[in-house]
Design a protein around this ligand. Structure first.
Ligand SMILES: [Ca+2]
Length: 417
């Protein structure tokens, strides 16, 4: 039997971690035939907006430190800021709370900004409150968006900041935008992020189990195994949001999901936009390979025909020539569950500016990935954190935070500084 659990957040339980760490017993034949090795670059970067750079090797040694020594969170899954100039930061706890605190090493405590503990179902270790994004005009409209699982499946909902207290959102303000069932407890995706186009992007997993038994990721009539894109400022067709006109299946009559932006994802647990608007996604692998994708409108990223650049299974009607390979992938000797990160933008560590910082939940390794002057992907290990990296986040200045499921939030620093 193929391993069922090997993905972000299934491995959060120690017992399952042990089973995930075991070698795959029945990896696909293509995987068995592939050369063994460690990190390796994949095929030429294609169909991406990411630009070549003048970046050379990383020239500084990295260390890390606790970002908020006084703060500890309950199964933290995400860090973000609201973009409102407030100086506050937010951490999402899997069990249902969003905490708010001053984004300072001296922050004495974190307060409850929104408590959805009564809404979320956490009866699977990948379920719970999974994602948070603030509206680009949050300062004026007070809107924030969450991605959580309830007993039936995924809920994407809007909440509104309290008029009388900007340090809290109103639990009674929930406006549900979108729901869809989750057939299994794992692979629920969870990320929410606004793109430079002002639309809300939603990562969905393939619905779970192992090997995508329902072939959801390649099924255009399923919300699962996709990156979705919706217009939260519009409403059309009886929906609580609009469909961007250039979504690949907008207005189709074939029963394809109009919300689809990209297909063929397994569990794009964390994705982000860089300052150029390029969408970087870490898509968690099955038995062998973890991958980083540059996601474009209408792109098909392969799962479950491909796991990274390895063949996984044949699905009738899917032509491998139409599938977009990752810009980078690594085998399970380097880690077993990729956590997508962010392109570094802060002056705090100038050498990292323009590099995509990401890591692995299981191995705790943190890498920098970038395109060199020839457009070729380059990857370098920055640090072995020893953490269970559930997420990365960006502060208001573009500096990276590292979220450890164990409860603490860290930041990178140059050794000796
Ligand atoms: Ca893929």
């Amino acid at each position: 039997m193929r391993k069922i659990f090997c993905c972000v957040l299934t491995i959060l339980a120690a017992g399952i971690l042990a089973s995930c760490a075991a070698p795959a017993q029945d990896a696909p034949s293509a995987a068995q035939a592939a050369p063994s090795g460690t990190m390796r670059e994949t095929q030429a970067v294609a169909q991406t907006a990411a630009a070549p750079s003048s970046l050379g090797p990383v020239s500084v040694q990295m260390d890390m430190t606790e970002a908020y020594p006084n703060l500890r969170f309950e199964r933290p899954l995400y860090f973000t800021v609201a973009g409102d100039g407030s100086g506050d930061a937010y951490v999402v706890e899997q069990t249902g709370k969003i905490k708010i605190f001053a984004d300072s090493p001296d922050a004495p405590e974190a307060a409850v900004f929104l408590d959805l503990s009564g809404n979320v179902s956490t009866d699977g270790i990948e379920k719970g409150l999974l994602g948070l994004a603030f509206h680009p005009d949050y300062r004026d409209n007070g809107y924030l968006y969450v991605n959580y699982t309830d007993a039936k499946g995924t809920v994407i909902a809007r909440y509104t900041r309290r008029a009388d207290n900007p340090m809290q959102a109103d639990p009674a303000s929930e406006k549900i935008l979108l729901t869809f069932p989750q057939p299994y407890a794992n692979h629920n995706g969870g990320q929410l992020a606004f793109g430079p186009d002002g639309y809300l992007y939603i990562g969905t997993g393939d619905g779970g189990s192992g090997g995508d038994p329902q072939n959801n990721a390649q099924n255009l009539s399923s919300f699962l195994g996709k990156i979705l894109r919706i217009d939260v400022d519009g409403a059309s067709g009886g929906k609580a949001y609009g469909i961007p006109a250039d979504n690949p299946y907008a207005g189709n009559n074939e029963g394809n999901v109009e919300e689809i932006y990209a297909v063929g994802m397994r569990n794009p647990w964390r994705f982000s936009f860089d300052q150029d608007g390029t969408l970087w996604a870490g898509d968690v692998g099955q038995d062998t390979m973890e991958e980083i994708d540059l996601v474009t409108n209408g792109g098909n990223y392969g799962w479950s025909v491909m796991e990274g650049t390895l063949g996984f299974k044949d699905i009738p009607g899917v032509d491998k020539a139409d599938l977009i390979p990752p810009i980078w992938e690594y085998r399970h000797d380097q880690g077993k569950s990729v956590t997508g990160g962010y392109v570094y933008q802060s002056g705090a560590i100038p050498d990292l500016i323009g590099r995509y910082i990401y890591g692995d939940f299981v191995s705790g390794k943190i890498w920098a990935l970038w395109l060199d002057a020839d457009g070729k992907a380059q990857n370098e290990l920055l640090i072995e954190s020893g953490l269970n990296i559930s997420s990365f986040g960006l502060d208001a200045g573009g500096d990276i935070r590292i979220v450890d499921l164990g409860g603490k939030v860290y930041r990178l620093k140059e050794s000796g500084n």
